[in-house]
Design a protein around this ligand. Structure first.
Ligand code: 5GP
Length: 184
């Protein structure tokens, strides 16, 4: 029987989700982060086993065959998935945060209807475009693909339990902590 509550957090790329999540984790010691597996290449500063498990396409497809994922998705030409065993193990001890996209979030909701879905939105799409460009690690074609996706992600946000706007990081962090606290 799992002890912890599952929180699923999504946000448009470039919305500052990883900064927010790092601060949320630092502020609440009873939360654990579910590390996804992905076939995408690590970005500067990302650590294997902490940010993601960086695996080959072959290894990922083998995990699919073994039914090792709670959910998985292919986007931006890469696979991303939530390893089931690791998540169950963490839930035995404490609350867990999943950082996954809307497709994944809705699939999790089907298998775990008690999961709490939180969407981090940018103050505006223009602001998000500015942030994406200033990140400097994505080429123009990728930026346009991501902006297209942002539009779709924003539409999905209506189906979440909570929408939190990341205008000021600390306020956004505080709002998420308050939501989590409601379920203690
Ligand atoms: P990024 O490549 O910027 O780290 O992530 C791209 C997208 O993949 C983000 O929307 C992120 O939330 C999503 N993502 C990360 N891990 C998973 C996962 O395990 N499952 C699904 N469905 N999406 C994921």
């Amino acid at each position: 029987m799992s002890k912890g509550k599952l929180f699923v957090i999504s946000g448009a790329s470039g919305v500052g989700k990883s900064t927010v999540l790092t601060k949320v984790m630092q502020a609440n010691a009873h939360l654990k982060f579910s590390v996804s597996a992905t076939t995408r290449k690590p970005r500067a500063g990302e650590i294997d086993g902490q940010s993601y498990y960086f695996v080959s396409k072959e290894a990922f497809e083998e995990m699919i065959r073994q039914d090792a994922f709670l959910e998985y998705d292919a986007h931006m030409e890469n696979y991303y998935g939530t390893p089931k065993a690791q998540l169950e193990e963490k839930l035995l001890e404490c609350d867990v945060i999943l950082d996954i996209d809307p497709n994944g979030a809705f699939r999790v909701r089907q298998t775990r209807p008690d999961a709490v879905l939180i969407f981090i939105a940018p103050p505006s799409v223009e602001e998000l475009e500015r942030r994406l460009r200033s990140r400097g690690d994505t080429d123009e074609k990728q930026i346009l693909v991501r902006l297209d996706r942002v539009q779709w992600e924003m539409e999905q946000s209506e189906k979440y339990d909570y929408i939190v706007i990341n205008d000021k990081v600390d306020t956004c962090v505080e709002e998420i902590l308050q939501i989590i606290k409601k379920y203690e």
